[in-house]
Each structure stands twice: as structure tokens, then as C-alpha cells.
Design a protein around this ligand. Structure first.
Ligand code: R5P
Length: 310
């Protein structure tokens, strides 16, 4: 097995390599003056089972292009099998046409990865499970719940905890968390009654006197979580925490979270945490290296990956 690290999240690639007790394959990624990407793999990969680790996080287009260029280099270097390990799969939220004459960019990205020469994909908490079907190569989609649900149980205990989906689209995910820790479920129904009018947050479920835990795949601007936390507290919740697998945290999101009514936000390091994230007391980061590393090891040895979800 060979592990190759892209530049988007090198600390995670190093932690995965340490878990697997292999060295990262020597490679260099250069930029030409016009910012074109050039990749050189500096050791033999002919006939090897190669895993290229790259989150397509900010700057999403550069990191995606770097992934594609690396896959192309590996294919031309005669790697036997190339697995694109994409802890955070960018463009996943563009998984349908929101209106006429709009793209389905998640499908386009799937096509690009496949055409570049990837033989399979390993990813974590896809925004929508059906994105697996955008690929005609095998996709293993890991979940954040096996990592995060025990953390919720350890920190809050099973009593009085309520798992909350911040929108209707996340109900299946929230239900999976609730089942794991034997907690009840509530849902926030976000609705804009009329264009130009502010969002109404309807809380469905008994939240009064409960410690609420919002679960989501992505925290980006932080707006969804902060508004949901306010709605839950207004409905009588005792406290609100949030667990989101991917800390996209764009723009002023970290400051927004820090100033919000959330007690805590827990994310993973699927996206490399910025310095701002690291120093913000309200945000805690869980490591995914062991989960991703174990999945890589099982793919390499052709053993079950789904048993990791149990
Ligand atoms: C949307 O469907 C996703 O699951 C997240 O809820 C969303 O991306 C969060 O975005 P933001 O933090 O900008 O509200």
C-alpha cells in the first residue's frame, strides 16, 4: 500500500499514515507562475495499491484540481489501483437542480474524479448518500456517528438528552444518532413563509427542560446552527450543543459560533482546522485519522468496511 498526501490537510494524512505505520509517498506539488498545478511523484508506484488523501475544502477548486492532477500522475505511473480518499467531499451540496438552467456540480465532480483515473472513492459523511450513485466506481461512505455519538454519550450522559435535526433534510442522520445513544429526537422545520420575510423556525418535539444536541453534516456560515440554538432555547431547552462532521466554517463563522447561544460545537478534522478554530474554546475537534486509517486498511486487505459502522 502507498499513501499519498495532497496539500489540503497534510496533518490528517500524516496521522492516517502513523495509524497505518506507513510512510507517506514522496511527492512534490509545485505551482507555476500562473498558479497551474504540477505534481511529481518521487518514488515508484508501479503495480501498487495507492490511496491519495485530499479534502476538497477551501480553496475548493484548487484542492479539487490538485486531486485530479495527482490521480492522473498515479495512473500514468501505472499504479494498480487508485483510491481517492476524500474526507470532505466539496460540491456535495450541489446534488440536484435547484432551478432551471442550473448544474448538478456534485455529479460533475464525480465524473471528473472517475475520468482522471480513480478506481474507487473513500469519503466521510456525504451530504447526501445518493451521491454514491453519481459514481460508477465503488464508493465507501463512512459516517461521523460512530465517532461522535459516544462523545455525546460520554459528555452528556443518556438522561435528558434530545438529538435535534436542524432541518428536515437531516432527519435520517439525527435519527441514527438518537438510536445509537438511546435518546429522543426533535426536528427544526425552517420555513420562509413568503419571499422577503424572515425564516420561521418551527420546533417539532418536546424540548422543554432538555439538553439539546444539534447534529449536522456541515457547519459552513454557522447560520443554521446559531438560529436553531436560539429557537431551541426560546422553546425551553436547558442547553444546546452541536456536532457537525465537517467544519467548513467560512467567512465569519468562527466568530458567529463564539458569540452564539451554543454551549459547544464539536467538529472533526476532516477539514484542516484553522488557527481561529484551534483557539476558540467553544469549538472542539475530534480526530478522524483512526476511522479513515482503519477503512483504508480494510479496503487494502479486501475486508468489510461496513462493519466499521456497527
Ligand atoms: C445543509 O443542508 C447542510 O446540511 C448544512 O445544514 C448547511 O450546509 C449549513 O450551512 P450554514 O452553516 O451556512 O448554515
Amino acid at each position: 500500500m502507498k499513501l499519498l498526501a495532497g496539500n489540503s490537510n497534510r496533518p490528517l494524512a500524516e496521522a492516517i499514515a502513523a495509524y497505518l505505520r506507513v510512510d507517506l509517498t514522496r511527492a512534490s506539488v509545485h505551482r507555476f507562475a500562473d498558479m497551474e498545478i504540477f505534481v511529481e511523484i518521487q518514488e515508484n508506484v508501479r503495480g501498487e495499491d495507492v490511496f491519495i488523501i485530499q479534502s476538497t475544502s477551501y480553496p475548493a477548486n484548487d484542492n479539487l484540481m490538485e486531486l485530479l492532477v495527482c490521480i492522473d500522475a498515479l495512473r500514468r505511473a501505472s499504479a494498480r489501483r487508485i483510491t481517492a480518499v476524500i474526507p470532505y467531499f466539496g460540491y456535495a451540496r450541489q446534488d440536484r437542480k435547484p432551478g432551471p438552467r442550473t448544474p448538478i456540480s456534485a455529479k460533475l465532480v464525480a465524473n471528473l474524479i472517475t475520468q482522471a483515473g480513480a478506481n474507487r472513492v473513500l469519503t466521510l459523511e456525504l451530504h447526501a448518500g445518493q451521491i454514491q450513485g453519481f459514481f460508477d466506481i465503488p464508493v465507501d461512505n463512512l459516517y461521523g456517528a460512530p465517532l461522535m455519538a459516544p462523545d455525546i454519550a460520554n459528555n452528556l450522559g443518556p438522561d435528558n438528552v434530545l438529538i435535534v435535526s436542524p432541518d428536515v433534510g437531516g432527519v435520517a442522520r439525527a435519527r441514527a444518532y438518537a438510536k445509537r445513544i438511546d435518546a429522543n429526537l426533535a426536528i427544526i422545520d425552517k420555513r420562509r413563509e413568503r419571499a422577503g420575510h424572515s425564516e420561521v423556525m418551527n420546533v417539532i418535539g418536546e424540548v422543554e427542560g432538555r439538553h439539546c444536541v444539534l447534529v449536522d453534516d456541515i457547519v459552513d456560515s454557522g447560520g443554521t446552527l446559531c438560529n436553531a440554538a436560539d429557537a431551541l432555547l426560546a422553546a425551553g431547552a436547558l442547553s444546546v450543543q452541536a456536532y457537525c462532521t465537517h467544519g467548513v466554517l467560512s467567512g465569519g463563522a468562527v466568530a458567529r459560533i463564539a458569540a452564539s447561544s451554543l454551549d459547544k460545537l464539536v467538529i472533526t478534522d476532516s477539514i484542516r482546522p484553522t488557527e481561529g478554530v484551534r483557539v476558540t474554546e467553544k469549538i472542539r475537534v475530534l480526530a478522524v485519522a483512526q476511522l479513515m486509517g482503519e477503512a483504508i486498511s480494510r479496503i487494502a486487505s479486501e475486508s468489510s468496511v461496513s462493519s466499521l459502522f456497527d
